[in-house]
Design a protein around this ligand. Sequence first.
Ligand code: HEM
Length: 483
Amino acid sequence: CLWVRNLRLKRRLPGPFAWPVVGNAMQLGKMPHITFSKLAKKYGNVYQIRLGCNNIVVLNGDTAIREALVQHSTEFAGRPNFVSFQSVSGGNSMTFSNYSKQWRTHRKIALSTIRAFYSANSQTKKAFEQHIVAEATELIEAFLKLSAEGQFFNPAHELTVAAANVICALCFGKRYGHDDMEFRTLLGSVDKFGETVGAGSLVDVMPWLQYFPNPVRRVYQSFKDLNKEFFTFVRDKVVEHRETFDPEVTRDMSDAIIEVIDKAGSDTGLTEAHTEGTVSDLIGAGLDTVSTCLHWMLLLLAKYPTIQTRVQEQIDKVVGRDRLPCIEDKASLAYLDAVIYETMRYTSFVPLTIPHSTTSDVTIEGFHIPKDTVVFINQWSVNHNPLKWKDPHLFDPSRFLDENGALDKDLTNSVLIFSAGKRRCIGEQIAKVEVFLFSAILIHQCSFENNQDLSLDCSYGLTLKPLNYKISAKLRGELLNGA
Ligand code: HEM
């Protein structure tokens, strides 16, 4: 009733006691998303913590998160002015910049470039799928080499190279070999990116830590170095494209973005530096997420061999053994899709979104949140809500299938991993195609085993990464290639 609502409005946001200087930083633990879910049980789905000198609102659960991101999409579309965000993509990132008219134009350009390259009637759609098939077959060869004589290996690096090559092919029309040392080194350092920009990163909430020797400063320094190295790599490629640009021929996404931003830039306030920032955003976002998803899938299939066999049986029945799976098979491979959604739900490998901030005063579930408040959005809490998911701690892909074996769309839409609202991931569609095709081809061609009991330990950051697990790949019959 109105009286209770007004009372809540006057109440301070609930939350744990915050210590001077550090606030609640020491209570986050190794897995902040789990801590946040536990705190939600005590304080409700909307509460406040303090990190350093920032008051931070944490949103948990489907209702509060959708009320914020969908119903109040503009008010929650901001990004905080964290120090780490300023070193991304030469300071001209779309992903890490705050809400503004210029940001809206920037996002529209990035989104429409992706759509132009991957829509039902775009000429590049087939080429994109073929890039994935080519990378998947290279990946299998690399896996088989690493599994020679029954050896076990950590697939993380090869998966990152494969995902990076798909996005590099889209952006630059170029791929790199699995043994290209320069590319491997570059990707090896990019791997550390998510540790610093993930929600709860200490240098962002206590920026003074960067001014005297301590472990946080060391991590932050290497974060700045890796951003510089990665951005220089991307900028050099964009500069080469600019020098050979032909308005009659769009070779790849870099050309498409040069065309829109460089040529029409003065009207929008965007500059050539934003062109470079956009390409860098797409490559950065497109490699870590897709490869981490595939990594978890392989580990889970190795851990649950009966699930692996069931996927293989369905693929063999639909595709046969004489050709590789293709995107047109997707409609007939509901169980594989169920495994993909369950991997996303169960691991919630992007446990919190990139931090948001409020663009004006706003009220959520009756609580007043002032403008410029940092907001953490706990996707993990949505995917592990026992009221929505039966036994959420169990890995059970069949939860997504109805009695006829078809995918339950209501349930798949309930998985929150690409966020929602104005900051929702712009790569969702191409990411889903990549994950589907890569996994269908890998599972069709190989069986995966592990040599230890996988307890699914991981490291926390923007993505949750599996720690040091080893698997082995065995060829299932004749090795096919996509040609
Ligand atoms: C943002 C998830 C793949 C491009 C995001 C966000 C999440 C996410 C959670 C943050 C949204 C927020 O802050 O509320 C994922 C997952 C992926 C994936 C789970 C793979 C399985 C990709 C790919 C691309 C991409 C392949 C592009 C090539 C972006 C961009 C943003 C973003 C540009 C920033 C959007 C903005 O700030 O407005 N993604 N993503 N993502 N993603 Fe993805």
